[in-house]
Design a protein around this ligand. Structure first.
Ligand SMILES: NC(=O)C1=CN([C@@H]2O[C@H](COP(=O)(O)OP(=O)(O)OC[C@H]3O[C@@H](n4cnc5c(N)ncnc54)[C@H](OP(=O)(O)O)[C@@H]3O)[C@@H](O)[C@H]2O)C=CC1
Ligand SMILES: Cc1cn([C@H]2C[C@H](O)[C@@H](COP(=O)(O)OP(=O)(O)O[C@H]3O[C@@H](C)C(=O)[C@@H](O)[C@H]3O)O2)c(=O)[nH]c1=O
Ligand SMILES: [Mg+2]
Length: 280
């Protein structure tokens, strides 16, 4: 019995496949727009645990497509969690810092009040509620600012922009923890093993450290990649987007350390590793 992963092409799905011989289902095998098909895929595979690494992640586009985003980010995980509960196997789901409203100046804890500012955040929050409501053994791992050498993420966006630009304006008032996809994959695999061995579960935060602004992250990317791009700090108000984003996106990861002995990765090491891969 292997681990079943929903998602094959995304950042996290790829990292999971690289680290363990999981069965990964792409869109063609299991479309999250068809929740019943996702449940059927779990029953057919009879895995020892299920990790959902698929999601609707286009934050700005979600403002126009909230119904679609909610089907993928909430109805599908609901069906997956129910199927897992029925089979008595653990379900591991991934959520986001965007369930919080970004107020205050201390890192968010798992039991802090949520208040998403945008449609993507609302769809992910609905997914969390559905996974809990299914009543099975589960983990909801909230992470933030995921990056890797592949796929659509802030790192690959910055490198693409640096091909044609020698200066960029980047928001400096949104703070969070950039998180390497490989570290989330490793964490989920450790948690899956623990859950299969009977250890609890629940909602946990896992984000890279130390916290930084998007502008600071951009500077680290250009320094690491040896690209001569000048980054100018701007406030969020100077970078209008369809979706509002939280200012304080920092996640307090103490609970994961206490319960599972897992410490947040330093994103600077993950950045170096990703840049090395990109240069190879
Ligand atoms: N990216 C980020 O910065 C953050 C992500 N997260 C969460 O982490 C998890 C992993 O995200 P990440 O790997 O970055 O996401 P990506 O955007 O890299 O990948 C999304 C994956 O979901 C798949 N997918 C989307 N729609 C469907 C569908 N209808 N049916 C089947 N598969 C579908 C995509 O497949 P296809 O290639 O076919 O489109 C792709 O494999 C998600 O739960 C996300 O919400 C949390 C915090 C930050
Ligand atoms: C390209 C660009 C972006 N920005 C800003 C916009 C935004 O506030 C910030 C990051 O841009 P992105 O579009 O990469 O961010 P975004 O897509 O909102 O990233 C989020 O994705 C979802 C899936 C999550 O769950 C979150 O944790 C988070 O990672 O940088 C600039 O200021 N200048 C720029 O040139
Ligand atoms: Mg994005």
């Amino acid at each position: 019995m292997s681990l079943l992963v929903f998602g094959r092409t995304g950042q996290l799905a790829r990292a999971l496949q690289r680290q363990e011989a999981v069965t990964a289902l792409g869109r063609a095998e299991a479309d999250l727009l068809d929740p019943a098909a996702c449940a059927a895929a779990i029953h057919a595979a009879a895995p020892r645990a299920v990790i959902n690494a698929a999601a609707y992640t286009a934050v700005d586009r979600a403002e126009q497509e909230e119904t679609l985003a909610t089907r993928i980010n909430a109805a599908a995980p609901a069906a997956m969690a129910q199927a897992c509960a029925a089979r008595g196997i653990p379900f591991l789901h991934v959520s986001t810092d965007y369930v919080f409203d970004g107020s205050g100046d201390r890192p968010w804890r798992e039991d802090d009040p949520v208040g998403p500012l945008n449609a993507y955040g609302r769809s992910k929050l609905a997914g969390e509620a559905a996974v809990r409501a299914a009543g099975g053994r589960h983990v909801i791992l909230r992470t933030s600012w995921v990056f890797s050498a592949e796929g659509a993420n802030f790192l690959t966006t910055m490198l693409r922009l640096s091909e044609t630009r020698d200066s960029l304006s980047v928001v400096a008032d949104q703070l969070g923890g950039p998180t390497p996809a490989a570290e989330i994959a490793a964490t989920l695999l450790r948690m899956a093993a623990a859950l299969c061995a009977g250890q609890g579960g629940g909602t946990y935060h896992y984000a890279g450290a130390p916290a930084i602004s998007w502008a600071g992250f951009a500077r680290a990317i250009f320094a690491g990649a040896g690209r001569d791009v000048t980054v100018t700090d701007i406030p969020s108000s100077a970078y209008p987007t369809p979706a509002r984003r939280p200012l304080n996106s920092r996640l307090d990861c103490a609970k994961l350390r206490a319960d599972f002995g897992i410490t947040p990765a330093d994103w600077r090491a993950g950045l170096s590793a990703a840049l090395e891969l990109l240069e190879a």
